[in-house]
Design a protein around this ligand. Structure first.
Ligand SMILES: *Cc1c(COP(=O)(O)O)cnc(C)c1O
Length: 390
């Protein structure tokens, strides 16, 4: 299916709503039946009937069809957050006594689920360095039921060999789940590489305007139907119609926005790489990236995230740099129209800052939709502000 068709036409039955270009927001909690028999059928199979909007909703349905098509999956569910998608995907595939093998440093709330919630139900986990396939081989236990992946990973963008991990998991009857937020289905297609469940935070590129929190979980029809009838309905965190409508709107420009971001990145990246105050820039599709060959093999783009480190002896220097930015905003999240920065040192007390630890000097930078010159000028004047600081 062509990308243009998915973003502009798929699932939009305009004859059903006055030939309107923009789909209606079907803001209803429930749906009426004409006969008892129709109602009975809906009770028997809520996965295929309008009954109650915690289950299916027509606006959400349009979005689901588009997002599943983007992932090249049979079906998907859209949640009120990426965290809810993670929760449902994992919960649906573990039982008491099971073990999860996860890449180290998965997204914060995946980590909290593994470390704080699941141990209460006797589900254990191990973290491994996912850059080496052997670590997966060696990490599998008799009770491993889920392998949890995030490729590229947060901050330093470590990759996992998705085909290798998928084959290994299949041979051992283990379900693979990947957080694909970084690439979106436009730049990485985990199903084609054999992964079972693919999720992403739609808060990021799908929304694209920093005005919705949402998550997507894609998989086979049987897996998605099972999760719909259980975790999805029970957690009750499906996306609301208005937010689904905003995501449909975000999808219209997904391709165009990513293209623009990549173009800007090609100008911002060399500026940072050549800057005398920067000693390291991490971007998966740059030849300097340690797993560049794998990145080129399994990703067709790397989007707007990069990480760099400033040469600084004091935490204050990094703080001054960030505080001096006039246009790049300091905030969590990414994928919106606005460029953003987070210094690693914001997550620690200044007295614990150790300039000898390269991790402490990292800054994660997200390139948004502003022009490259506008961003470079802003970065340059912030570098000038720390010119005299060590
Ligand atoms: C933001 C994010 C999430 C969580 O998504 P929410 O929509 O904020 O719940 C999960 N994984 C990654 C990699 C993210 O960046």
């Amino acid at each position: 299916m062509e990308l243009s068709y998915i973003l502009n036409e798929l699932a939009e039955e305009r004859d059903d709503y006055f030939r309107a270009i923009a789909p209606p927001i079907v803001q209803t909690s429930n749906f009426a039946f004409k006969t008892v028999d129709q109602m009975r059928k809906a009770f028997e199979d809520e996965y295929s009937t309008w009954l109650y909007s915690r289950g299916l909703n027509p606006t959400v349905e349009i979005l689901r069809k588009k997002l599943a098509a983007l992932d090249k999956s049979e079906d998907c569910l859209v949640f009120n957050s990426g965290a809810a998608a993670i929760f449902a995907a994992v919960l649906a595939n573990v039982k008491s006594g099971d073990h999860i093998l996860s890449v180290k440093n998965p997204y914060t709330w995946a980590k909290k689920m593994f470390e704080e919630i699941l141990p209460r139900f006797q589900v254990s986990h191990t973290y491994i360095d996912g850059t080496d396939l052997d670590n997966f081989k060696n990490g599998i236990q008799a009770n491993t039921s889920v392998i949890y992946l995030e490729s590229p990973n947060s901050w330093t963008y470590e990759l996992q060999d998705l085909e290798g991990v998928a084959a290994l998991a299949k041979a051992n009857g283990i379900i693979t789940i990947i957080d694909n937020s970084h690439c979106t289905p436009l730049y990485q297609q985990p199903f084609a590489m054999g992964i079972d469940l693919v999720l992403q935070s739609a808060t990021k590129y799908i929304s694209g305007h920093s005005d919705v929190v949402a998550g997507v979980l894609s998989g086979s029809k049987s897996m998605i139907e099972r999760i719909f009838n259980s975790e999805y309905m029970n957690i009750g965190s499906g996306i609301q119609p208005f937010n689904a409508w905003l995501l449909i709107r975000g999808l219209r420009t997904l391709d165009a926005r990513l293209e623009r971001i990549e173009r800007t990145m090609l100008q911002v990246l060399p500026f940072l790489q050549n800057h005398p105050r920067i000693d390291r820039v991490i971007y998966p599709l740059d030849p300097s990236f340690p797993q560049y060959t794998l990145a080129k093999k399994q990703m067709s783009g790397a989007g707007g995230l990069l990480t760099f480190s400033i040469m600084a002896k004091e935490c204050h220097t990094i703080e001054t740099f960030c505080n001096s930015l006039k246009h790049v905003l300091m905030a969590v999240s990414w994928g919106g129209h606005e460029s953003l920065i987070i210094p690693k040192c914001a997550g620690m007390k200044p007295e614990n800052f150790d300039a000898a630890n390269p991790e402490h000097r990292l800054l994660r930078f997200y390139v948004g939709l502003e022009s490259a010159d506008y961003l470079i000028q802003d970065l340059e004047q912030a570098f000038l502000a720390i010119h005299h600081l060590s």
